[in-house]
Design a protein around this ligand. Sequence first.
Ligand code: FAD
Length: 377
Amino acid sequence: MAKAQRILIVGGGIAGLAAAIALRRRGFAPELVEQSASWRALGAGIALQPNAMQVLRTLDVGADIEKAGAPLRRFNYSSQGGDLLCEIDLVGLWSRMGSGGVGIDRGKLQKALVQAADGARCRLGVGLTSLRQRKSFVSVGFSDGTTADYELVIGADGIGSTVRALAVSDAKPRYCGQMAWRSLAPLRAEFEDEVQFWLGDGCFFATYSVGGGRTYGSGYIAEASPRREPIEGRLARLRKRFASFPCPVRTFLEALERDDQIHCSAVEELHLPEWRSGRVLLIGDAAHASSPMMGQGGCMAIEDAAVLAELLESSDSVDAALDAYARRRRPRVDWVQAQSDALGRGALLPAAVRDAVLRQQGAQQFEARYAPLLSTP
Ligand SMILES: Cc1cc2nc3c(=O)[nH]c(=O)nc-3n(C[C@H](O)[C@H](O)[C@H](O)COP(=O)(O)OP(=O)(O)OC[C@H]3O[C@@H](n4cnc5c(N)ncnc54)[C@H](O)[C@@H]3O)c2cc1C
């Protein structure tokens, strides 16, 4: 077991909380700092695919998440006119994992992770503000004026990572050409266990159940450059953009009541040649944010956390564990990023071309994209 008595996790999102849970289960006693003053999860809903659910089950939090969310067993792609383009049986595809995925309200996912991380020392309202690498430890400064030394600092502080900027790289995320409009509506999904996509020209809409009589919906709209969408008028603008989409999309948008129910953000990705510098390691979006087209960003963050904890336990030193981590995670994460890019480009093809490809090869392409994720992370 790598001798790491003092481990700091920066960020209490999916990656940071999963790391806290996984490390505690392996006998480490990590500290976690989260800059927000309370636990809050932006982005409405999330689909956790079977590779992530399998890891979460090994962390003893899978059952709580399944209970709090809704099962996802099929992907269904239709044209803007409502014609079925292709259907994917997720349970069949992921049969080696024993189940499909789970759709869940992000707030409920966070609650389950926070509960499972119980016992990790979490400080809310405290951000990392400075960082200095020494020979075999890292000196860190926090926003509350305190300082401390750690043998390992895990940067799980998201796509705009401060840890990355201070210690690893000044690379900036790249805009992927789409804005995402996400929300939760008080509405039972038409098909409870299905992720449905309706593909239009320069835009598409996706919905799935998150359980509890609520549905997640996200509209993706191609824009040449990222836009700051004022909250006021968001609902009217979204309804207008998708007014010609089939009934389930319009019903979803009718069920929303307020502009502030809609979370609007640019779709971005980040490619780094290295995720580590000395005793500082980036995980989750801080290291490798990908466009959400594979629905794997959060899933990769969960896998990162579990693999890191396993390697810290099984390696003789922190350095050996971090070397092994990069070797093990790089091919899988690169694959997801490349496939997400390809899907993002495909979604923006002229509708006639894209629809024909999906009709003829959609299911086979889908299987090929996900096949490598059936193996152990
Ligand atoms: C439109 C869209 C849809 C998506 N859908 C899916 C999906 O269906 N399935 C899926 O698996 N993934 C999905 N993703 C990706 C997923 O949301 C991310 O990969 C995941 O949330 C990353 O988690 P994280 O913990 O790495 O980062 P974050 O969630 O960004 O968490 C970082 C945390 O660090 C904190 N922090 C930041 N700076 C500091 C600091 N200096 N000190 C202390 N704390 C700090 C932040 O407050 C935050 O709580 C989607 C993404 C988008 C944009």
